[in-house]
Ligand binder design. Structure first.
Ligand code: KIV
Ligand code: NA
Length: 274
């Protein structure tokens, strides 16, 4: 497969092909994700949780993100590579955001992801005008967990849904080429996706109506302990089989995720949607 870039991703989306994104933090998995034909690898600040053992993404630094981006970038060949801007690396000003984004792009990122809506639209425009592709992130934004009051569904009531739509419009207007929608009602995510065909939406706990899907690597491999959010599926198991039944290999599970996303079998609205 040729290496993916923004025009190719846009063509796929325009043809109605669902995009499969997975988080990645190291070289071994970068290769495995490429072999499974995952379209987009995200060096997420979820590495704070799954790699560093933190209880939130707030302690993750720009240096941590650059290090893991470089590890992934050395190994991946085909996927489009997106890296999260960590907490505290972009909020102060567009100039601060540019300096931070430059560090990540030098490390091998092809696009940076920023949490926030209208409040950071000016920063998104500043980066896009300087040749840095930007992915937004709305809904449950983990860097704001303390202000949001926990990890729960967003955009439920009418006012919150209107705010989310306005934020998505502001990001599209600012030139964001992609938008992660996390923990929002399926109907709202579908509406936002249809309203902005130029901005590819990637859902996590956002139903089946988005341009693509993303899961945290460790979640989709069933490696995460504790209570599993409704939107997660363990792709090492056939749905409905016993927890101690023999599972699929890592390579098989990753491939199953891609195939099921492309076929519209994941997410299953009745099981994983809100
Ligand atoms: O950090 C992360 O893994 C993310 C995805 C869940 C979208 O931001
Ligand atoms: Na993140």
């Amino acid at each position: 497969r040729p290496a993916l870039n923004l025009p190719r991703l846009r063509d796929m989306a325009a043809r109605g092909e669902k995009l499969a994104m997975v988080t990645c933090y190291d070289a071994t998995f970068a290769q495995l994700l490429d072999a499974a034909e995952v379209d987009i690898q995200l060096v997420g600040d979820s590495l704070g949780n799954v790699v560093q053992g933190q209880s939130s993404t707030l302690p993750v630094t720009l240096e941590h993100m650059a290090y893991h981006t470089a590890c992934v970038a050395r190994a991946k060949r085909q996927a489009w590579l997106v890296t999260d801007m960590p907490f505290g690396s972009y909020e102060a000003s567009p100039q601060q955001a540019f300096e931070s984004a430059a560090v990540l792009m030098r490390a091998g990122a092809q696009m940076v992801k920023i949490e926030g809506g209208g409040d950071i639209a000016h920063t998104v425009r500043f980066l896009v005008d300087r040749g840095i592709p930007v992915c937004g992130h709305l809904g449950l934004t983990p860097q704001r967990v303390h202000a949001l009051g926990g990890f729960r569904i967003q955009g439920r009531d009418e006012a919150a849904a209107a705010q989310l739509k306005a934020d998505a419009a502001a990001l599209a207007q600012a030139g964001a080429a992609m938008l992660v929608l996390e923990l929002v009602p399926s109907a709202l995510a579908r509406e936002i996706t249809q309203a902005h065909p130029e901005m590819m939406t990637i859902g996590i706990g956002a139903g089946a109506g988005t341009t693509g899907q993303v899961l945290v690597l460790h979640d989709l491999l069933g490696l995460t302990s504790g209570k599993r959010p409704r939107f997660v599926r363990d792709f090492t198991r056939e749905p409905g089989t016993a927890a101690d039944a023999p599972g699929l290999s890592v390579a098989q599970a990753l491939r199953r995720y891609v195939v099921d996303v492309k076929a519209g079998r994941f997410p299953d609205e009745a099981v994983h949607g809100y």
